[in-house]
Design a protein around this ligand. Structure first.
Ligand SMILES: Nc1ncnc2c1ncn2[C@@H]1O[C@H](COP(=O)(O)OP(=O)(O)OP(=O)(O)O)[C@@H](O)[C@H]1O
Length: 827
């Protein structure tokens, strides 16, 4: 029985009495292993370019292990030589033998250490490649729901190589897997299971790859000493051991799978408790949490106990076989001796030496077989991890087609005019259950028409829950620029659902929506300047939009604050690229730097492999919406051009003082300086596209940190304007705190919402679709923030429970009654 059902969503929750699903070493497992090996050894070109190939450490491990086997062979022969020398009392031969054996023993120690070292490098490389490949598929943007792929373009192509219009709605495998419970603990599979897979596979590689050669070699050697009888006996011994192990191993594979699953759940519960330490303590929830954690611990240890029980029999058989093997070697050598093969040897030293040598060779042949049998335990772990990782890969593949293309209806089309409005039909074909993300995606047939109207339109939209309950019916509304819409209604009436449908997370039962698409991403030339500064002073740029200004920005009810610095919170999702591309942790010691500098050798830095964006056009895709950062500019960002001379400083920059209620006087770094002031001094042409630069491969030492998208004074000013002035002057702007979750620990809910609002002001979309963005902010603060945003030309679709405060800032009011109906009125 499989506890895992891709088609129908939620996995079963294991209870203590549950049986683990049945996974065994069958043809399916072989195919899974082959598939994972392909991903491991043939990663996409960009992964290979950054991390290198696993092949190299793999070959190194095999060669080192082979060399080690040679040394082991000579080590094994040492005793027979000592027997010979000692029995003959040959002092002349003794001392040279002593010296030689010392050398061999040192070589053996070195060989073993090198094998461990090579295995470690192989594990690291395997983990890097596999986790990276899976993460890429996990977080890739997936144009879906109301949308679907645009003109047959694969999801992955919505990156910096694409110049297509950005579809307005996106989903992601991440969201679908998590929201639809398609796979348990995907994070654990990517982080922990891949790591354990790497360890188990290196162990198998080290032990098993050389085994056939060694088995053949030692079989020939044994045959020469004992005749056919010795190898025959040993082979029978091996076959018996394999059969027994096969039967004992199968249940352990399934149990390992189940234990890893429960392990993830247990860990997740601990993370949950840690993240809510304050609220649960305040509510005196210790006892409850304690019981819950105990229950989870009991479940995980229950699986562990079952594994230990099963392993006992597996270990018993492998250990007994191990010891039997050592006796078998003497049995093998006893046969020719008792048969009188060596009766002609008069010299007892010669006989002793021969027995020693023969027993070593026979024993080593048995040992190789024993190693193979003993790998049964390692293999059961390995197979369990293979199962878990490939299940995740299967699901990711199910959500996107093989090469990243989303399964698409053939008639999908979009007008590539930059000012187009992409219109998607979201109704008619969708089934009830397609409302909830996590199903296999849209059954919707998107159609696209281009219009010049810049608006969000909702046309006869129905939303039905999977249970069949109709949340709302026939919702129709149009939000044109400055025609702000306020959505209100009782809890659970479907306000957030409307936003989820608009954003593409969910599909609707019936109806149409149309959203302005963000313009085609233009990476071939730097943008002319940021369009959103000094709104009162500068006229808004005519459409088409500036290439990195999103047309529609969605903010969910829960303010999302990513891991990162204060600066990152503002420019998200733009900010992370520099650190995301920081593939290599700098490991160079200061003395190495000095030495290499003295010798005139250039070092490879952590930034050396940031090949994908060496043009200075930072393009980020963290939420699936591509943005193009401004070109390289001067900046007061502490990390920009600091001391490296790559960027000219703009002396003309002046810090705008805080102005309460006045025009938002943000002078972002990129806008401040003219383009001629931002030519990198390293000679790179900023007009090069990313793809151009990619063709050149990683540009070692050729680039500097990305420029800041907003200067420190401007960032402080922005924070001040949204009521976070104290924060701006007490917290470091660029250093991420040691605690990754500092935002939720140090900031009050209201401050978190203000921070998200600051981001909104920075990104300055044409439309902002926001779900209770000021629920924790007082009325005056809410009014201030809305006024600020509207002065910057942002048009709102706001969900709120504060109609009194927000009515002033909206022109239309859509009020759900909680019974499926609504009323749309002008304010
Ligand atoms: N993933 C889901 N699967 C099934 N039903 C869901 C899911 N998420 C929400 N719902 C249901 O959809 C209904 C509408 O939820 P929604 O979040 O849209 O309400 P809302 O109007 O925004 O409420 P509130 O004012 O409390 O935020 C609720 O009854 C909720 O139980």
């Amino acid at each position: 029985m499989s506890s895992f059902d891709f088609a129908n969503g939620a996995p079963k929750t294991f209870t203590e009495g549950d049986r683990a699903p049945h996974y065994s070493l069958n043809w399916d497992m072989v195919k899974r292993i082959a598939r994972l090996t392909r991903v491991q050894f043939r990663p996409p070109a960009d992964v290979r370019r950054v991390y290198g190939s696993v092949l190299l450490p793999c070959v190194a491990l095999i060669l080192v292990a082979a060399a080690n086997e040679v040394v082991v062979y000579y080590t094994g022969l040492i005793p027979s030589e000592y027997y010979s020398v000692l029995v003959a009392k040959d002092t002349n031969a003794f001392y040279p033998l002593l010296g030689r054996s010392l050398g061999i023993v040192v070589a053996a120690g070195l060989g073993q250490s090198l094998v461990t070292f090579a295995a470690g490098r192989y594990q690291v490389c395997t983990r890097l490649v596999l986790s990276h490949c899976i993460q890429t598929r996990y977080l890739r943007p997936l144009p879906t729901a109301a949308g679907g792929p645009v003109d047959g373009v694969a999801a992955t192509e919505y990156n910096h190589h694409s110049r297509l219009p950005v579809p307005p709605t996106f989903s992601s495998p991440l969201y679908r897997i998590v929201d639809g419970h398609l796979v348990d603990n995907p994070d654990q599979r990517i982080t922990q299971d891949v790591d354990k897979f790497a360890v188990a596979s290196s162990q198998l590689l080290e032990q098993l790859v050389l085994s056939p050669i060694l088995v053949i070699y030692y079989t020939v050697q044994t045959w020469e000493i004992t005749g056919y009888f010795g190898p025959l006996l040993i082979y029978l011994f091996f076959v018996l051991g394999t059969i027994i192990s096969r039967f004992l191993m199968t249940p352990v594979i399934s149990l390992t799978w189940a234990q890893e699953r429960q392990e993830g759940t247990y860990r997740f519960q601990h993370v949950h408790v840690r993240n809510h330490a304050g609220p649960l303590t305040m509510q005196r929830g210790h006892h409850y949490e304690h019981l819950r954690l105990n229950q989870a611990l009991r479940l995980v240890t229950n699986w562990q106990r079952r594994i230990v029980n099963r392993r006992f029999w597996l270990n018993l058989s492998t250990n007994v076989f191990g010891y039997l093997g050592s006796i078998l070697s003497y049995l093998v050598i006893a046969i020719p001796i008792f048969n009188g093969w060596y009766d002609g040897m008069d010299d007892p030293a010669q006989v002793a030496s021969l027995v020693s040598k023969a027993s070593f060779i026979a024993m080593y042949l048995i040992f190789r077989f024993t190693v193979i049998v003993q790998q049964a335990a390692a293999f059961s772990d390995y197979a369990g991890y293979v199962m878990r990782i490939t299940q995740l890969l299967d699901t990711l593949e199910m959500l996107t087609t093989k090469d990243g293309a989303v399964s698409k209806p053939a008639e999908t089309k979009v007008d590539s005019d930059e000012d187009s409005v992409v219109k998607f039909s979201v109704g008619s074909v969708a089934k009830h259950r397609t409302l909830v993300a996590g199903t296999t995606g849209t059954q919707v047939s998107p159609t696209a028409t281009a219009t010049t109207a810049l608006a969000i339109t909702i046309d006869h939209l129905d939303a039905v829950l999977p249970t069949g309950y109709t949340l709302f019916r026939d919702v129709t509304a149009t939000i044109r620029v400055s025609d702000h819409l306020l959505v209100t209604g009782p809890n659970g009436c479907g306000k957030s659902t409307l936003i989820r449908i608009l954003s593409g997370l969910w599909t609707a039962e019936r109806g149409q929506i149309s959203l302005p698409s963000s313009p085609a991403l233009n990476v071939s030339s730097p943008p002319p300047g940021l369009p959103f500064l000094d709104q009162d002073a500068l006229p808004r740029l005519p459409q088409p939009y500036h290439s990195w200004q999103p047309a529609v920005l969605f903010f969910s009810q829960q303010p999302y604050l990513p891991f990162g610095s204060l600066y990152d919170q503002i420019v998200y999702p733009n900010a992370a690229i520099d650190t995301l591309n920081d593939f290599e942790v700098p490991t160079t010691r200061p003395w190495v730097t000095k030495l290499t500098a003295a010798c005139g050798i250039r070092q490879r830095h952590s930034s050396a492999r940031r090949g994908s964006d060496s043009t200075g056009h930072a393009v980020r895709y963290a939420d699936g919406l591509p943005y193009q950062a401004p070109p390289r500019t001067s900046s007061s960002h502490s990390s920009v051009g600091s001391g490296n001379g790559d960027y000219h400083h703009d002396p003309g920059h002046s810090m705008a003082g805080p102005t309460s209620g006045g025009p938002l006087d943000l002078k972002l770094a990129a806008n401040r300086s003219s383009h001629e002031a931002v030519q990198p001094s390293n000679g790179q042409d900023p007009n090069l596209s990313d793809s151009d630069s990619n063709h050149r491969g990683p540009n070692i030492d050729a680039r500097s940190p990305l420029p800041a998208l907003i200067s420190d004074p401007d960032l402080r000013h922005l924070l001040h304007r949204v009521g976070l002035g104290r924060l701006a002057h007490t917290l470091p702007l660029h250093e991420p705190f040691s605690a990754t979750d500092w935002t939720t620990r140090l900031l009050s809910p209201g401050q978190q919402q203000r921070l998200v609002f600051a981001r909104l002001l920075f990104l300055n979309p044409t439309f902002a679709v926001v779900d209770e963005p000021c629920s924790s902010i007082d009325a005056a603060g809410t009014a201030d923030l809305y006024a600020l945003a509207q002065r910057r030309g942002i048009t709102f679709l706001s969900v709120s429970h504060q109609p009194d405060v927000l009515a002033t800032f909206h022109r239309q009011h859509l009020a759900f009654d909680g019974e499926g109906s609504y009323m749309l009125s002008r304010i």
